[in-house]
Design a protein around this ligand. Structure first.
Ligand code: HPA
Length: 285
C-alpha cells in the first residue's frame, strides 16, 4: 500500500462498485479457515476476487479463497470477505486490516468475524464454538500505528467493549434456542505462523485466554476505530499445543472447521435473521 489509507480506500470503493455495482450493505462478514461455504449461500451474489481489486493482497493460505461477495443473506444486505490475509503471510497490520477498512468505508454498521482457534485449556473441545467476549492483542503490532486520519476514526479508540454486548447476548441466546450452546471467552491473537509451544499455551491460559489464533485482532481494532460494532465467533478446531495427544496440523484444523461449518452457519443465520434492520453509515473518506 504505497498510498495513504484514505487514498487507497477511495480507489478501492470505486473499484468494488465498478465490479459489483452499488453496495448498500450494513452488515459485514469475515469468514475464516474452512468457513468459506457461507459465501455460497448468499442470494443474488455479486463477487469480485481480491486479486482484481487494487491495494488488497491476495490470500495465499489454502482454504482461504480471497473473494468479496455482496448480496442478501437472511433478509439483510451483506458484504462477505471470504478469505483473509494474515500478518504471518508477510503483510503489515494495515494491509491485513484493509479489507475491513473497506467494509467500513462501504457503510457497514456491524461486522461478524469468524475464525478457527485452538483451545487454551481443556474446558473446550474441538468442534465447539466460542463467542468472543474480549481479546488479548499479543500480535506485537497494531494497525493504527502511524499518523491517525481523523476522517477514519479517533487517535485513541476505546476498546472497553470491543465485542458488542448486545450482539454477544443475542448470539448466546440464539445458540441456546438452537439447542447448540456455545462458550463465551477471551481470544488471544498471536502473530504465528508457528503454532504455540506448550509453555506458551500454559502462559496464555494463565493470562486469561480461552482460545488462541492468528487473525481477527487487527480487523477488530480497525472496525472499532471506525465505530463498527463487532461480533466474533471462534470455531475451536484443536486443543492448544501440549493439551491433547499428538501434534498440531493445519489440514486437521481445516477439517474440524469444515465439520463445524453447518453449526456455525446455523448460528450465524439465526443471529442475522434476528437482527433488526441496520443503518448504513457510508464512510467513504
Ligand atoms: N493456535 C493458533 N492458531 C490456531 C490454532 C492454534 O492452536 N488452531 C487454529 N488456529
Amino acid at each position: 500500500m504505497g498510498l495513504t489509507t484514505v487514498a487507497a480506500l477511495r480507489e478501492l470503493v470505486s473499484a468494488v462498485e465498478q465490479a459489483v455495482g452499488p453496495v448498500r450493505a450494513p452488515l459485514g462478514l469475515v469468514l475464516g479457515s474452512g468457513l468459506g461455504e457461507i459465501a455460497d449461500e448468499i442470494e443474488d451474489a455479486r463477487k469480485v476476487s481480491y486479486a482484481d481489486l487494487p491495494h488488497l493482497a491476495p490470500s495465499t493460505v489454502a482454504g482461504h479463497s480471497g473473494q468479496l461477495v455482496v448480496g442478501r443473506w437472511h433478509k439483510h444486505e451483506v458484504i462477505v470477505l471470504a478469505g483473509r490475509v494474515h500478518a504471518y503471510e508477510g503483510h503489515d497490520f494495515k494491509q491485513v486490516s484493509l479489507p475491513v477498512r473497506l467494509l467500513g468505508a462501504l457503510g457497514i454498521d456491524a461486522l461478524i468475524v469468524t475464525n478457527a482457534a485452538g483451545a487454551a485449556h481443556n474446558r473446550m473441545a474441538p468442534g465447539d464454538l466460542m463467542v468472543i467476549r474480549d481479546h488479548l492483542n499479543l500480535t506485537g503490532g497494531n494497525p493504527l500505528v502511524g499518523e491517525n486520519d481523523d476522517s477514519l476514526g479517533r487517535r485513541f479508540p476505546d476498546m472497553t467493549e470491543a465485542y458488542d454486548r448486545h450482539l454477544r447476548e443475542l448470539c448466546l441466546e440464539i445458540a441456546h434456542r438452537q439447542g447448540a450452546p456455545v462458550h463465551e471467552g477471551v481470544y488471544a491473537g498471536l502473530l504465528g505462523p508457528s503454532y504455540e509451544t506448550p509453555a506458551e499455551i500454559h502462559m496464555l491460559a494463565a493470562l486469561g485466554a480461552d482460545a488462541v489464533g492468528m487473525s481477527t485482532v487487527p480487523e477488530v481494532i480497525v472496525a472499532r476505530h471506525m465505530g463498527v460494532r463487532v461480533l466474533g465467533l471462534s470455531c475451536i478446531t484443536n486443543l492448544g499445543a501440549g493439551l491433547g495427544e499428538g501434534l498440531l496440523d493445519h489440514s486437521h484444523v481445516k477439517e474440524v472447521a469444515g465439520r463445524a461449518t453447518v453449526r456455525m452457519i446455523n448460528l450465524l443465520a439465526g443471529v442475522v435473521e434476528a437482527l433488526p434492520e441496520l443503518p448504513l453509515h457510508r464512510r467513504v473518506p
